[in-house]
Write a protein of this length. Structure first.
Length: 455
Protein backbone atom coordinates (compact mmCIF):
# COMPACT_ATOMS: atom_id res chain seq x y z
CA UNK A 1 0.00 0.00 0.00
CA UNK A 2 1.65 3.25 -1.11
CA UNK A 3 1.67 6.28 1.22
CA UNK A 4 1.27 10.02 0.48
CA UNK A 5 4.07 12.39 1.36
CA UNK A 6 3.96 13.19 5.11
CA UNK A 7 5.02 16.78 4.46
CA UNK A 8 2.33 17.67 1.94
CA UNK A 9 0.80 21.15 2.46
CA UNK A 10 -2.92 21.38 3.24
CA UNK A 11 -5.24 21.41 0.23
CA UNK A 12 -7.50 24.36 -0.53
CA UNK A 13 -11.14 24.13 0.56
CA UNK A 14 -13.31 22.14 -1.82
CA UNK A 15 -10.37 20.49 -3.62
CA UNK A 16 -10.22 16.77 -4.29
CA UNK A 17 -7.73 15.56 -1.71
CA UNK A 18 -8.18 11.85 -2.44
CA UNK A 19 -4.91 11.75 -4.38
CA UNK A 20 -3.08 12.49 -1.14
CA UNK A 21 -4.40 9.32 0.47
CA UNK A 22 -2.68 5.92 0.52
CA UNK A 23 -3.73 3.51 -2.23
CA UNK A 24 -5.32 0.05 -2.02
CA UNK A 25 -4.98 -2.20 -5.06
CA UNK A 26 -8.30 -3.82 -6.00
CA UNK A 27 -8.81 -6.88 -8.22
CA UNK A 28 -12.23 -7.70 -9.63
CA UNK A 29 -12.93 -11.31 -10.61
CA UNK A 30 -15.74 -11.35 -13.15
CA UNK A 31 -17.30 -8.68 -15.35
CA UNK A 32 -20.84 -9.88 -15.85
CA UNK A 33 -23.93 -7.98 -14.79
CA UNK A 34 -22.84 -7.57 -11.17
CA UNK A 35 -19.15 -7.06 -11.90
CA UNK A 36 -19.93 -4.32 -14.41
CA UNK A 37 -22.10 -2.52 -11.87
CA UNK A 38 -19.36 -2.80 -9.23
CA UNK A 39 -16.88 -1.19 -11.62
CA UNK A 40 -19.38 1.54 -12.50
CA UNK A 41 -19.92 2.43 -8.84
CA UNK A 42 -16.20 2.33 -8.09
CA UNK A 43 -15.64 4.78 -10.93
CA UNK A 44 -18.52 7.14 -10.26
CA UNK A 45 -18.18 7.19 -6.45
CA UNK A 46 -14.42 6.76 -6.22
CA UNK A 47 -13.70 10.11 -4.58
CA UNK A 48 -16.45 9.74 -1.96
CA UNK A 49 -15.42 6.17 -1.22
CA UNK A 50 -11.79 7.17 -0.75
CA UNK A 51 -12.73 9.73 1.90
CA UNK A 52 -15.03 7.28 3.68
CA UNK A 53 -12.25 4.72 3.74
CA UNK A 54 -9.17 6.89 4.20
CA UNK A 55 -7.51 5.37 1.14
CA UNK A 56 -7.87 5.44 -2.64
CA UNK A 57 -9.21 2.33 -4.35
CA UNK A 58 -7.29 1.57 -7.52
CA UNK A 59 -8.68 -1.19 -9.74
CA UNK A 60 -5.56 -2.87 -11.10
CA UNK A 61 -7.31 -5.53 -13.17
CA UNK A 62 -10.50 -7.35 -14.06
CA UNK A 63 -10.26 -11.11 -14.61
CA UNK A 64 -12.50 -12.49 -17.37
CA UNK A 65 -12.68 -15.62 -19.50
CA UNK A 66 -13.07 -13.81 -22.83
CA UNK A 67 -10.91 -10.77 -23.59
CA UNK A 68 -12.60 -9.96 -26.90
CA UNK A 69 -16.12 -9.39 -25.64
CA UNK A 70 -17.29 -5.78 -25.51
CA UNK A 71 -18.25 -5.04 -21.92
CA UNK A 72 -19.21 -1.38 -22.18
CA UNK A 73 -17.73 1.89 -21.01
CA UNK A 74 -17.46 0.92 -17.34
CA UNK A 75 -15.08 -1.98 -18.01
CA UNK A 76 -11.92 -0.49 -19.56
CA UNK A 77 -10.35 -2.94 -22.01
CA UNK A 78 -6.86 -2.21 -20.68
CA UNK A 79 -7.85 -3.65 -17.28
CA UNK A 80 -9.02 -7.00 -18.63
CA UNK A 81 -6.89 -10.08 -18.05
CA UNK A 82 -7.23 -13.84 -18.28
CA UNK A 83 -4.50 -14.34 -15.67
CA UNK A 84 -6.63 -14.23 -12.53
CA UNK A 85 -3.96 -15.90 -10.38
CA UNK A 86 -1.33 -13.22 -11.01
CA UNK A 87 -3.96 -10.54 -10.51
CA UNK A 88 -5.01 -11.67 -7.04
CA UNK A 89 -1.37 -12.06 -6.00
CA UNK A 90 -0.80 -8.34 -6.64
CA UNK A 91 -3.91 -7.13 -4.79
CA UNK A 92 -4.78 -5.75 -1.38
CA UNK A 93 -8.50 -6.42 -1.88
CA UNK A 94 -10.24 -8.96 -4.13
CA UNK A 95 -13.88 -8.69 -5.23
CA UNK A 96 -15.21 -12.05 -6.49
CA UNK A 97 -18.36 -12.09 -8.61
CA UNK A 98 -17.70 -15.02 -10.95
CA UNK A 99 -19.79 -17.48 -8.93
CA UNK A 100 -19.57 -21.27 -8.76
CA UNK A 101 -17.11 -23.36 -6.81
CA UNK A 102 -14.04 -23.40 -9.05
CA UNK A 103 -11.96 -21.50 -9.94
CA UNK A 104 -13.46 -19.10 -7.35
CA UNK A 105 -12.40 -21.22 -4.37
CA UNK A 106 -8.79 -21.60 -5.49
CA UNK A 107 -8.48 -17.92 -6.41
CA UNK A 108 -9.86 -16.69 -3.09
CA UNK A 109 -7.59 -18.98 -1.09
CA UNK A 110 -4.65 -17.76 -3.20
CA UNK A 111 -5.66 -14.16 -2.57
CA UNK A 112 -5.86 -14.61 1.20
CA UNK A 113 -2.56 -16.51 1.27
CA UNK A 114 -1.02 -13.45 -0.39
CA UNK A 115 -2.47 -11.11 2.24
CA UNK A 116 -5.51 -9.79 0.36
CA UNK A 117 -8.90 -9.38 1.98
CA UNK A 118 -11.87 -10.81 0.11
CA UNK A 119 -15.37 -9.59 -0.71
CA UNK A 120 -17.57 -12.21 -2.36
CA UNK A 121 -21.17 -12.64 -3.46
CA UNK A 122 -20.68 -16.39 -3.91
CA UNK A 123 -23.40 -18.06 -1.84
CA UNK A 124 -22.80 -21.51 -3.33
CA UNK A 125 -19.12 -21.48 -2.35
CA UNK A 126 -19.81 -20.15 1.14
CA UNK A 127 -22.53 -22.75 1.76
CA UNK A 128 -20.44 -25.64 0.45
CA UNK A 129 -16.95 -24.73 1.63
CA UNK A 130 -17.19 -21.67 3.84
CA UNK A 131 -15.11 -23.39 6.52
CA UNK A 132 -12.01 -23.37 4.30
CA UNK A 133 -12.45 -19.67 3.55
CA UNK A 134 -12.97 -18.73 7.21
CA UNK A 135 -9.90 -20.72 8.24
CA UNK A 136 -7.76 -19.12 5.53
CA UNK A 137 -8.89 -15.65 6.62
CA UNK A 138 -7.88 -16.45 10.22
CA UNK A 139 -4.52 -17.97 9.28
CA UNK A 140 -3.50 -15.05 7.09
CA UNK A 141 -5.07 -12.27 9.16
CA UNK A 142 -7.32 -10.92 6.42
CA UNK A 143 -11.04 -10.24 6.11
CA UNK A 144 -13.84 -12.21 4.48
CA UNK A 145 -17.01 -10.23 3.75
CA UNK A 146 -20.11 -11.57 1.98
CA UNK A 147 -23.13 -9.32 2.52
CA UNK A 148 -24.19 -9.70 -1.13
CA UNK A 149 -24.35 -13.49 -0.87
CA UNK A 150 -27.72 -13.35 0.92
CA UNK A 151 -30.68 -11.22 -0.20
CA UNK A 152 -28.84 -8.86 -2.53
CA UNK A 153 -29.05 -5.22 -1.45
CA UNK A 154 -30.84 -5.99 1.82
CA UNK A 155 -28.49 -5.44 4.78
CA UNK A 156 -28.85 -8.81 6.46
CA UNK A 157 -25.51 -10.52 7.07
CA UNK A 158 -24.12 -7.59 9.05
CA UNK A 159 -27.21 -7.23 11.31
CA UNK A 160 -27.21 -10.97 12.05
CA UNK A 161 -23.52 -11.34 12.81
CA UNK A 162 -22.89 -7.89 14.32
CA UNK A 163 -25.99 -5.91 15.33
CA UNK A 164 -27.70 -8.94 16.90
CA UNK A 165 -24.50 -10.49 18.27
CA UNK A 166 -25.61 -9.54 21.78
CA UNK A 167 -29.03 -11.15 21.37
CA UNK A 168 -30.30 -14.70 20.97
CA UNK A 169 -31.94 -15.34 17.59
CA UNK A 170 -34.69 -17.93 17.77
CA UNK A 171 -36.08 -18.09 14.27
CA UNK A 172 -35.68 -16.63 10.80
CA UNK A 173 -38.26 -16.92 8.02
CA UNK A 174 -37.09 -15.55 4.72
CA UNK A 175 -38.17 -15.02 1.14
CA UNK A 176 -34.65 -14.95 -0.28
CA UNK A 177 -35.16 -15.86 -3.93
CA UNK A 178 -36.74 -13.27 -6.20
CA UNK A 179 -37.46 -15.64 -9.09
CA UNK A 180 -39.64 -17.98 -7.06
CA UNK A 181 -41.39 -15.14 -5.30
CA UNK A 182 -42.28 -13.60 -8.65
CA UNK A 183 -43.60 -16.94 -9.96
CA UNK A 184 -45.76 -17.63 -6.90
CA UNK A 185 -46.97 -14.02 -6.79
CA UNK A 186 -47.92 -14.14 -10.49
CA UNK A 187 -49.79 -17.42 -9.97
CA UNK A 188 -51.69 -15.82 -7.09
CA UNK A 189 -52.50 -12.54 -8.85
CA UNK A 190 -53.36 -13.84 -12.32
CA UNK A 191 -54.34 -17.49 -11.86
CA UNK A 192 -51.48 -18.52 -14.17
CA UNK A 193 -50.03 -22.02 -14.08
CA UNK A 194 -46.49 -22.59 -12.82
CA UNK A 195 -45.15 -22.92 -16.37
CA UNK A 196 -46.89 -19.73 -17.52
CA UNK A 197 -45.61 -17.72 -14.55
CA UNK A 198 -42.07 -19.03 -15.01
CA UNK A 199 -42.10 -18.07 -18.68
CA UNK A 200 -43.18 -14.56 -17.70
CA UNK A 201 -40.30 -14.40 -15.19
CA UNK A 202 -37.85 -15.31 -17.96
CA UNK A 203 -39.25 -12.64 -20.29
CA UNK A 204 -38.82 -10.00 -17.56
CA UNK A 205 -35.29 -11.11 -16.75
CA UNK A 206 -36.16 -12.41 -13.28
CA UNK A 207 -35.35 -16.02 -14.20
CA UNK A 208 -32.30 -17.47 -15.91
CA UNK A 209 -32.58 -19.52 -19.09
CA UNK A 210 -31.97 -22.50 -16.80
CA UNK A 211 -33.90 -21.65 -13.61
CA UNK A 212 -33.24 -24.99 -11.89
CA UNK A 213 -31.25 -23.57 -8.96
CA UNK A 214 -34.09 -21.16 -8.22
CA UNK A 215 -37.24 -23.22 -8.71
CA UNK A 216 -35.76 -26.34 -7.07
CA UNK A 217 -34.86 -24.30 -3.98
CA UNK A 218 -31.08 -24.77 -4.21
CA UNK A 219 -30.34 -21.03 -4.23
CA UNK A 220 -32.52 -20.46 -1.16
CA UNK A 221 -30.95 -23.46 0.59
CA UNK A 222 -27.44 -22.03 0.18
CA UNK A 223 -28.61 -18.78 1.76
CA UNK A 224 -30.30 -20.69 4.61
CA UNK A 225 -27.00 -22.46 5.29
CA UNK A 226 -25.15 -19.14 5.54
CA UNK A 227 -27.79 -17.50 7.76
CA UNK A 228 -28.06 -20.49 10.09
CA UNK A 229 -24.30 -20.60 10.56
CA UNK A 230 -24.26 -16.91 11.49
CA UNK A 231 -27.38 -16.89 13.66
CA UNK A 232 -26.65 -20.01 15.68
CA UNK A 233 -22.83 -19.89 15.91
CA UNK A 234 -22.69 -23.33 14.34
CA UNK A 235 -21.40 -24.58 11.02
CA UNK A 236 -24.51 -25.51 9.07
CA UNK A 237 -23.50 -27.03 5.75
CA UNK A 238 -25.53 -27.03 2.58
CA UNK A 239 -26.05 -30.78 2.98
CA UNK A 240 -27.70 -30.08 6.36
CA UNK A 241 -30.49 -28.03 4.76
CA UNK A 242 -33.71 -29.83 3.82
CA UNK A 243 -34.68 -28.50 0.41
CA UNK A 244 -37.90 -28.58 -1.64
CA UNK A 245 -38.73 -26.34 -4.60
CA UNK A 246 -41.92 -24.91 -6.07
CA UNK A 247 -42.28 -27.00 -9.23
CA UNK A 248 -45.17 -29.01 -7.75
CA UNK A 249 -47.19 -25.99 -6.65
CA UNK A 250 -50.36 -25.92 -8.76
CA UNK A 251 -53.06 -23.41 -9.55
CA UNK A 252 -55.34 -25.57 -7.39
CA UNK A 253 -52.96 -25.08 -4.44
CA UNK A 254 -53.04 -21.33 -4.98
CA UNK A 255 -56.84 -21.37 -5.05
CA UNK A 256 -56.97 -23.44 -1.87
CA UNK A 257 -54.61 -21.03 -0.14
CA UNK A 258 -56.81 -18.09 -1.12
CA UNK A 259 -59.89 -19.88 0.19
CA UNK A 260 -58.14 -20.40 3.55
CA UNK A 261 -56.92 -16.79 3.82
CA UNK A 262 -53.33 -17.83 3.23
CA UNK A 263 -50.57 -17.28 0.68
CA UNK A 264 -47.96 -19.70 -0.65
CA UNK A 265 -44.33 -18.55 -0.40
CA UNK A 266 -41.02 -20.36 -0.79
CA UNK A 267 -39.51 -19.93 2.66
CA UNK A 268 -35.99 -20.38 3.96
CA UNK A 269 -36.47 -21.23 7.63
CA UNK A 270 -33.79 -21.51 10.26
CA UNK A 271 -34.83 -22.22 13.81
CA UNK A 272 -33.47 -22.92 17.27
CA UNK A 273 -35.28 -25.92 18.77
CA UNK A 274 -35.18 -26.87 22.44
CA UNK A 275 -36.81 -30.07 23.69
CA UNK A 276 -36.12 -33.00 25.97
CA UNK A 277 -33.09 -33.97 23.89
CA UNK A 278 -31.46 -30.57 24.33
CA UNK A 279 -30.88 -27.68 21.94
CA UNK A 280 -30.59 -28.19 18.20
CA UNK A 281 -31.05 -26.15 15.05
CA UNK A 282 -33.10 -26.65 11.91
CA UNK A 283 -32.48 -25.30 8.42
CA UNK A 284 -35.01 -25.98 5.70
CA UNK A 285 -36.48 -24.63 2.46
CA UNK A 286 -39.93 -25.43 1.12
CA UNK A 287 -43.11 -23.81 -0.19
CA UNK A 288 -45.41 -23.07 2.73
CA UNK A 289 -48.81 -21.57 3.48
CA UNK A 290 -48.64 -18.41 5.59
CA UNK A 291 -51.57 -16.30 6.82
CA UNK A 292 -52.43 -13.27 4.71
CA UNK A 293 -51.92 -11.22 7.88
CA UNK A 294 -48.23 -12.23 8.14
CA UNK A 295 -45.76 -9.50 7.02
CA UNK A 296 -44.17 -11.87 4.48
CA UNK A 297 -47.50 -12.52 2.74
CA UNK A 298 -47.52 -9.08 1.13
CA UNK A 299 -44.02 -9.38 -0.37
CA UNK A 300 -44.73 -9.26 -4.09
CA UNK A 301 -43.00 -9.39 -7.44
CA UNK A 302 -39.28 -10.33 -7.27
CA UNK A 303 -38.67 -8.69 -3.90
CA UNK A 304 -37.05 -10.41 -0.92
CA UNK A 305 -37.88 -10.11 2.76
CA UNK A 306 -36.56 -11.71 5.92
CA UNK A 307 -38.43 -11.91 9.23
CA UNK A 308 -36.24 -12.41 12.35
CA UNK A 309 -37.42 -13.33 15.82
CA UNK A 310 -34.95 -12.66 18.66
CA UNK A 311 -35.28 -12.81 22.45
CA UNK A 312 -34.57 -9.17 23.26
CA UNK A 313 -35.09 -7.38 19.94
CA UNK A 314 -38.39 -9.13 19.27
CA UNK A 315 -39.58 -9.28 15.66
CA UNK A 316 -37.59 -7.56 12.91
CA UNK A 317 -38.21 -7.45 9.17
CA UNK A 318 -35.80 -6.63 6.35
CA UNK A 319 -37.22 -5.90 2.90
CA UNK A 320 -35.85 -4.89 -0.48
CA UNK A 321 -34.46 -5.98 -3.82
CA UNK A 322 -32.78 -9.33 -3.47
CA UNK A 323 -31.08 -9.55 -6.84
CA UNK A 324 -29.97 -7.56 -9.87
CA UNK A 325 -26.75 -5.88 -10.85
CA UNK A 326 -27.08 -2.53 -9.07
CA UNK A 327 -28.64 -3.80 -5.81
CA UNK A 328 -26.04 -6.57 -5.47
CA UNK A 329 -23.23 -4.15 -6.31
CA UNK A 330 -24.50 -1.86 -3.54
CA UNK A 331 -24.04 -4.63 -0.98
CA UNK A 332 -20.60 -5.45 -2.38
CA UNK A 333 -19.45 -1.82 -2.15
CA UNK A 334 -20.56 -1.71 1.48
CA UNK A 335 -18.31 -4.68 2.18
CA UNK A 336 -15.48 -3.11 0.19
CA UNK A 337 -15.61 -0.02 2.39
CA UNK A 338 -15.57 -2.15 5.56
CA UNK A 339 -12.69 -4.35 4.41
CA UNK A 340 -10.69 -1.37 3.15
CA UNK A 341 -11.14 0.53 6.41
CA UNK A 342 -9.76 -2.45 8.30
CA UNK A 343 -6.65 -2.48 6.13
CA UNK A 344 -6.08 1.25 6.58
CA UNK A 345 -6.57 1.24 10.34
CA UNK A 346 -5.12 -2.17 11.08
CA UNK A 347 -6.84 -5.17 12.61
CA UNK A 348 -9.54 -7.36 11.14
CA UNK A 349 -13.33 -7.43 11.01
CA UNK A 350 -15.76 -10.03 12.41
CA UNK A 351 -14.52 -13.62 12.42
CA UNK A 352 -16.40 -16.89 12.18
CA UNK A 353 -18.31 -17.70 15.37
CA UNK A 354 -18.96 -21.42 15.79
CA UNK A 355 -18.52 -22.00 19.50
CA UNK A 356 -22.02 -23.49 19.94
CA UNK A 357 -21.55 -26.46 17.55
CA UNK A 358 -25.20 -27.43 17.83
CA UNK A 359 -26.54 -30.51 16.09
CA UNK A 360 -28.81 -30.04 13.09
CA UNK A 361 -32.19 -31.72 13.53
CA UNK A 362 -33.38 -34.04 10.76
CA UNK A 363 -36.57 -33.06 8.96
CA UNK A 364 -38.36 -36.21 10.17
CA UNK A 365 -37.92 -35.09 13.79
CA UNK A 366 -39.56 -31.71 13.24
CA UNK A 367 -43.15 -30.81 14.01
CA UNK A 368 -45.21 -28.91 11.45
CA UNK A 369 -48.81 -28.16 10.64
CA UNK A 370 -49.85 -29.47 7.22
CA UNK A 371 -52.30 -28.95 4.41
CA UNK A 372 -53.02 -32.18 2.49
CA UNK A 373 -55.20 -32.42 -0.62
CA UNK A 374 -56.52 -35.84 -1.65
CA UNK A 375 -58.71 -37.15 -4.46
CA UNK A 376 -60.91 -39.90 -3.06
CA UNK A 377 -63.92 -42.04 -3.86
CA UNK A 378 -67.07 -40.28 -2.75
CA UNK A 379 -68.69 -42.94 -0.60
CA UNK A 380 -69.68 -43.36 3.06
CA UNK A 381 -66.84 -43.98 5.49
CA UNK A 382 -64.01 -42.44 3.47
CA UNK A 383 -63.58 -39.43 5.75
CA UNK A 384 -63.64 -41.66 8.81
CA UNK A 385 -61.00 -43.90 7.21
CA UNK A 386 -58.73 -40.94 6.48
CA UNK A 387 -59.22 -39.44 9.94
CA UNK A 388 -58.51 -42.83 11.50
CA UNK A 389 -55.24 -43.18 9.62
CA UNK A 390 -54.08 -39.74 10.69
CA UNK A 391 -55.17 -40.31 14.28
CA UNK A 392 -53.29 -43.58 14.35
CA UNK A 393 -50.07 -41.66 13.73
CA UNK A 394 -50.87 -39.00 16.29
CA UNK A 395 -52.05 -36.37 13.80
CA UNK A 396 -55.02 -34.21 14.78
CA UNK A 397 -57.22 -32.65 12.09
CA UNK A 398 -57.89 -28.92 12.30
CA UNK A 399 -60.24 -28.39 9.32
CA UNK A 400 -61.68 -30.36 6.39
CA UNK A 401 -62.91 -28.96 3.09
CA UNK A 402 -64.66 -31.24 0.60
CA UNK A 403 -65.72 -30.68 -3.02
CA UNK A 404 -67.47 -33.14 -5.31
CA UNK A 405 -65.76 -33.91 -8.63
CA UNK A 406 -67.01 -35.46 -11.81
CA UNK A 407 -66.49 -39.20 -12.23
CA UNK A 408 -63.52 -40.47 -14.20
CA UNK A 409 -65.72 -41.63 -17.07
CA UNK A 410 -64.56 -45.24 -16.94
CA UNK A 411 -65.50 -46.64 -13.58
CA UNK A 412 -68.52 -44.36 -13.32
CA UNK A 413 -67.66 -43.61 -9.70
CA UNK A 414 -68.25 -40.37 -7.86
CA UNK A 415 -65.09 -38.56 -6.78
CA UNK A 416 -64.35 -35.91 -4.20
CA UNK A 417 -61.47 -33.59 -3.44
CA UNK A 418 -60.67 -33.36 0.25
CA UNK A 419 -58.46 -30.61 1.71
CA UNK A 420 -57.28 -31.24 5.26
CA UNK A 421 -55.34 -28.95 7.58
CA UNK A 422 -53.74 -30.48 10.66
CA UNK A 423 -52.40 -29.35 13.96
CA UNK A 424 -48.65 -29.65 14.47
CA UNK A 425 -47.38 -33.18 14.06
CA UNK A 426 -44.14 -35.03 13.47
CA UNK A 427 -42.93 -34.99 9.88
CA UNK A 428 -42.23 -38.71 10.13
CA UNK A 429 -45.85 -39.32 11.17
CA UNK A 430 -47.16 -37.43 8.16
CA UNK A 431 -44.81 -39.36 5.86
CA UNK A 432 -46.12 -42.64 7.27
CA UNK A 433 -49.73 -41.52 6.84
CA UNK A 434 -49.12 -40.57 3.22
CA UNK A 435 -47.61 -44.02 2.60
CA UNK A 436 -50.84 -45.57 3.91
CA UNK A 437 -52.96 -43.30 1.72
CA UNK A 438 -50.91 -44.28 -1.33
CA UNK A 439 -51.78 -47.93 -0.70
CA UNK A 440 -55.48 -47.30 0.05
CA UNK A 441 -57.98 -48.09 -2.70
CA UNK A 442 -60.31 -45.27 -1.71
CA UNK A 443 -57.57 -42.64 -2.02
CA UNK A 444 -57.04 -42.15 -5.74
CA UNK A 445 -54.39 -39.45 -5.52
CA UNK A 446 -52.32 -37.35 -3.13
CA UNK A 447 -52.56 -34.05 -4.94
CA UNK A 448 -50.65 -31.77 -2.61
CA UNK A 449 -48.79 -31.65 0.70
CA UNK A 450 -47.83 -28.22 2.01
CA UNK A 451 -46.64 -27.10 5.41
CA UNK A 452 -48.27 -24.23 7.27
CA UNK A 453 -45.95 -21.59 8.80
CA UNK A 454 -46.20 -18.21 10.47
CA UNK A 455 -49.10 -18.88 12.81
Amino acid sequence: MSQSSPGSPPSPAGADTSTELPTLRVAVLGAGTVGTEVLRLLSQQGVDLSHRIGARLEVIGVAVRNLTRDRGEHVPAELLTEDATSLVQQSDLVIEVIGGIEPARTLLLEAMAGGASVVTANKALLAQDGAALYEAADIHGVDLYFEAAVAGAIPLVRPVRESLAGDRIQRVLGIVNGTTNYVLDAMTRTGASFDEALESAKELGYAEADPTADVQGHDAAAKASILASLAFHTRVRLSDVHCEGITEVSAQDIAAATRMGRTIKLLSIIERIEDETGERVSARVYPALIPDSHPLASVSDAYNAVFIEADAAGSLMFYGQGAGGAPTASAILGDVVSAARQRVRGGVGPRESRYAELDVIAIDDLRSAFYVSLTVQDRPGVLAEIAGTLSGYGISISTIHQELLEGDGTEQQALASIGITTHRALESAMTASLDVFSATATVLGIDSVLRIEGE
